[in-house]
Design a protein around this ligand. Sequence first.
Ligand code: NAD
Ligand code: ZN
Length: 245
Amino acid sequence: MNFPADFTSLLSRTGKLVALTGAGVSQESGLRTFRDAQAGLWQQYKPEDLASPEAFARDPQLVWDWYAWRREAVKGVRPNPGHYALVELEAKIPAFTLITQNVDGLHRFAGTRNLLELHGNLQRVRCSDCGTFAETWENDSGSVPRCMHCNGLLRPDVVWFGESLPRDPLEKAVEAIRTCQVFLSIGTSGLVQPAASLAHAAQSNGAVVVEINAEATPLTPKTDFFFQGKSGELLPKLIQAVWGN
Ligand code: NAD
Ligand code: ZN
């Protein structure tokens, strides 16, 4: 892949950039998309029956067990060159914000600092009644653990189907997008809101919209630059092409 000169010179001059990532950036770390991740005995369930407030109210143990299983699957998984290239990008761009829809924690693990986790994080839990966060809880294989303060059931701190996004990271994301010069969408299908609307907002505020994805998406026809390929390969090449060594 050769990046066009107008693109590399644009990036080298960019003062403010927002990147948005989705499940695709973690694919090369061995993590699958939400629906693919449902393997074995979980296959019989619809995603909404494992990841919604209604499901948790109906059968908290089932939902807890599903997340315990996913936490186990993420254990031992490491960031890939795409995650590390984004850490390098943060060092090159004066004002850099990374918005992620992933809940796997791999951007933080890799070392990204200005990170907005829009869908929460698998490794955190909070009380479903009083909202208190819990750092530690009883063994994952047992019954659903309870809050130290109010005895409510603990739940994963992730955004479920039908829930709104956490206000603080969403507000920060919108603010970063308002003034960014370049918006870079990576490894997201853009089907889940607000991914699609964030790219659109950036564009209407005058940002150049760039996409890196293994396949074309609904966003692709609207982009200023589209680079087709794996983020773990293209992102390190992009850093090399713009800043060299
Ligand atoms: P998605 O599954 O809808 O789309 C993934 C996109 O990544 C696709 O467009 C695909 O073409 C692209 N892709 C696949 N491999 C790639 C690669 N190696 N390099 C570049 N692109 C690649 O994912 P989404 O848009 O993030 O939306 C799914 C939802 O599921 C999100 O809400 C997210 O929170 C959740 N989710 C999170 C994780 C995780 O934390 N790792 C995993 C699965 C799903
Ligand atoms: Zn509580």
